[in-house]
Design a protein. Structure first.
Length: 220
């Protein structure tokens, strides 16, 4: 193997990689927050007694989950402007990732809602809460605590998906790694460092979320 490792070029622009990593985390947090809202609405929709609402919710989940996320990103950024719907590249990616995560979280929340004790709704109504108040103050908080492990896994997966933002020139970690690679030709060094940064970031996220799960877990 006749290859001389030289990490100097990568360290010189390490601040760019760190800023890209930070942007990726921000994109993931914003997207999963919006995705949770979308997922909750769709989950309740899939359990609705109204057939039309169930069909719309199920159609959304089926369409998004069976479409590659890269196709969705390119469609939002390049195709929607042809219809008069324009977003900046960062906003475009957030919209896509939020809709994408919402489809997966719908199934997570639907399973969580189905698993709740049947008497929880009746208990809320019996103490004078409205149907909406019961959902807001009892059903949703308990369901969230039950699905935290799945929610954590989805967040980590969503963070890794932010690497696809480089396809529309969003300046996150992969974008800057590719830029450094092209400018310095240090292929192995650049992608080794970028990969290590993703691994460490995911490890820290997982550790933090495990602590949150432990604190919020419902005693058995």
């Amino acid at each position: 193997m006749d290859y001389n490792f030289n990490f100097a070029a990568v360290w010189r622009d390490f601040d760019l990689l760190m800023s890209g990593l930070g942007l990726g985390l921000i994109l993931a947090v914003i997207s999963i927050a919006i995705g949770c809202f979308i997922g909750l609405l769709a989950a309740f929709g899939m359990l609705s007694k109204n057939r039309a609402i169930r069909w719309v919710s199920a159609g959304y989940v089926s369409a998004i989950r069976n479409t590659p996320i890269l196709v969705l990103i390119l469609f939002t950024f390049f195709a929607l402007p042809q219809l008069g719907i324009r977003f900046g590249k960062i906003e475009s990616f957030i919209v896509t990732l939020s809709v994408y995560s919402g489809a997966y979280l719908t199934e997570v929340f639907r399973a969580g809602l189905i698993a709740l004790p049947t008497g929880l709704r009746e208990a809320g109504l019996s103490i004078g809460l409205t149907e909406f108040g019961t959902k807001l103050n009892l059903i949703i908080p308990v369901m969230f605590r039950n699905v935290l492990p799945s929610l954590s896994n989805n967040f980590i997966s969503l963070f890794k998906d932010t690497s696809l933002a480089a396809a529309i020139a969003v300046p996150e970690l992969t974008f800057y790694a590719r830029k450094i690679n092209v400018e310095t030709f240090r292929v192995i060094e650049t992608w080794m460092i970028a990969s290590l940064m993703y691994v460490l970031a995911c490890y820290v996220i997982a550790a933090v979320l495990r602590q949150v799960e432990t604190r919020l877990a419902i005693p058995r």
